[in-house]
Design a binder for this molecule. Structure first.
Ligand code: D5M
Ligand code: FE
Ligand code: ZN
Length: 465
């Protein structure tokens, strides 16, 4: 079995460093011959061996870009796609769907055996094998190891990640309710599984993002909070004027359109508009002031009028009837296709849950959490904390198909990251610091818009402060 340390040493022996993604890939493949083939085929002046040096891995663009509308299509999360919850059985279907679909993305990489099999007979006690399941519980032992209780449809098993094993840092980010697999060995008494490797659904190394074949520009924003006394009216006017003169074709708004009412205690003292209908009417006016050639894609957030449980339905007609015709109302989350470039929109409530569980993550640095969503192929793994989930029969929070862009908001602090060719954008806010944020020591970066060239996928930040 090839572990990370052995792999890194093999490359260092030939005076080369190796990218962590390559180490992970080689450990998964467990084929020492592959290391030899890489070493013998890389150019002489190679300093760091990267994914491009692995034979057989070439960027692989999928061909499913046949649009019904050639420019703008809602792929998932169109208005009306998430239903209501009718019975407890939906929850069972929900987690089964999560396990099945995310498990499929891992299974062929490690051939897991049903957990029941580990308990039943003794033959797995000597052999390396893998298990796949949902994390029911994660805890830190007195010695600093991690123990995850993994459950599959046949049973559950405690899986121990030893703190001195290579790759332990990945185990430090295990979240409740995410789907993972572990490769390792069963203890002699069959009660605990010692993991050597952790597998997540992840983005394939061969993923190659699609670029639009024709020119096009999308503008990404979120968290406008109309009706709040901290909404930045002047900055919005500047933005609106700038859009008039720009050549942008799409405006994407990832939730918190208005400040809402009754969202937090004492909110009424911080509202300039205390009526929810009026808040949306003012928002509608702002949308009508924007150029009509723009396609405006509008998704709700936790301050909006719809239910808080995700997926959140699109803003209903009762509140949106004054929106102009160029607005497309979608759910939260929603996947939209702009000239073949897929943007996964998600407001980002789950960031509040992930923030304390992912080392290095903070409101100022949301990148590890956006990347974390992509590695887990799920936008809100943790069930039952701050992010309410409406567990329908299908898990609509799974990230599939893979987008070119992950667009989030909620944290009110702009952030941009890249992961395996996918652009991650947190689009900030149009509201200055609120008294709550002051208490929480959150310093927003308001009035910025991210402008995305759909041909190059290069983002540019414009400041309207
Ligand atoms: O979120 C605005 C900001 O406040 C964002 O940085 C998240 C943070 N926030 C929101 N709710 C909470 C709770 N309950 N605890 C800690 N931090 C929070 P917005 O959705 O616009 O209110
Ligand atoms: Fe917000
Ligand atoms: Zn929010």
């Amino acid at each position: 079995m090839l572990d990370a340390e052995t792999i890194v040493r093999r490359f260092l022996d030939t005076k080369m460093q190796v990218h962590p993604d390559v180490v992970k890939y080689l450990a998964e493949k467990d084929d020492p011959g592959l290391i030899d083939r890489i070493i013998s085929s890389v150019p002489d002046d190679t300093v760091v061996v990267g994914v491009r040096h692995i034979p057989g891995i070439t960027p692989d663009r999928d061909g499913s870009r046949f649009l019904t509308d050639p420019t703008c299509e809602v792929v998932r999360g169109g208005a009306g796609s998430s239903g209501s919850i009718s019975s407890i059985n939906d929850y069972i279907h929900y987690f089964r769907d999560r396990y099945n679909r995310l498990g499929t993305l891992i299974r062929n990489r490690c051939s897991p055996i049903p957990i029941e099999g580990l308990h039943k007979d003794g033959r797995y006690r000597q052999e390396k094998c893998s298990v796949l399941g949902i994390v029911m519980d994660i805890r830190i032992t007195a010695n600093g190891h991690r123990i995850a209780l993994l459950e599959d449809p046949t049973g559950n098993i405690s899986v121990l990640f030893h703190k001195d094993r290579p790759g332990f840092s990945e185990a430090e980010t295990i979240l409740p309710d995410e789907v993972i697999a572990a490769k390792g060995t069963l203890s002699n008494d069959g009660r605990i599984f010692f993991a050597d490797q952790l597998f997540r659904p992840d983005i394939p190394l061969s993923h190659g993002p699609y670029h639009s074949e024709t020119p096009g520009t999308a503008v990404l924003i979120s968290d406008i909070h109309v009706g709040s006394d901290t909404f930045l009216d002047e900055a919005w006017k500047k933005f609106s004027d700038w859009l008039d003169d720009s050549d942008a074709s799409y405006l994407l708004i990832a939730g918190d359109l208005v400040d809402g009412i009754g969202v937090y205690p004492g909110q009424e003292n911080e509202l300039t508009i205390r009526n929810i209908y009026e808040q949306y009417d003012v928002f509608a006016e702002m949308m009508r002031d924007l150029p009509s050639r723009l396609k405006i894609i509008i998704s709700p957030g936790n301050h909006d009028v719809v239910r808080n449980a995700e997926p959140q339905p699109a803003i209903p007609a009762e509140f949106s009837e004054k929106f102009p015709d160029n607005c497309i109302l979608v759910e939260n989350p929603a996947l939209v296709n702009l000239q073949g470039v897929r943007v996964q929109m998600y407001h980002g409530r789950s960031i509040d849950d992930m923030i304390s569980m992912i080392p290095g993550a903070s409101y100022e640095n949301s990148a590890p959490m956006m990347v974390g969503m992509l590695q887990r192929r799920h936008m809100a793994s943790i069930y039952g904390k701050r992010t309410p989930i409406a567990a329908g029969r299908e898990d609509n929070l799974i990230i599939d198909p893979i987008p070119e862009v992950l667009h989030t908001g909620h944290v009110h602090i702009m952030g941009i990251a890249e992961y395996r060719g996918i652009l991650c954008v947190n689009s900030g806010t149009w509201q200055s610091q609120t008294s709550f944020q002051k208490q929480m020591n959150i310093h927003p970066t308001p009035a910025k818009a991210i402008v995305l060239d759909l041909q190059t996928l290069v983002p540019q930040v414009f400041d309207f402060n």
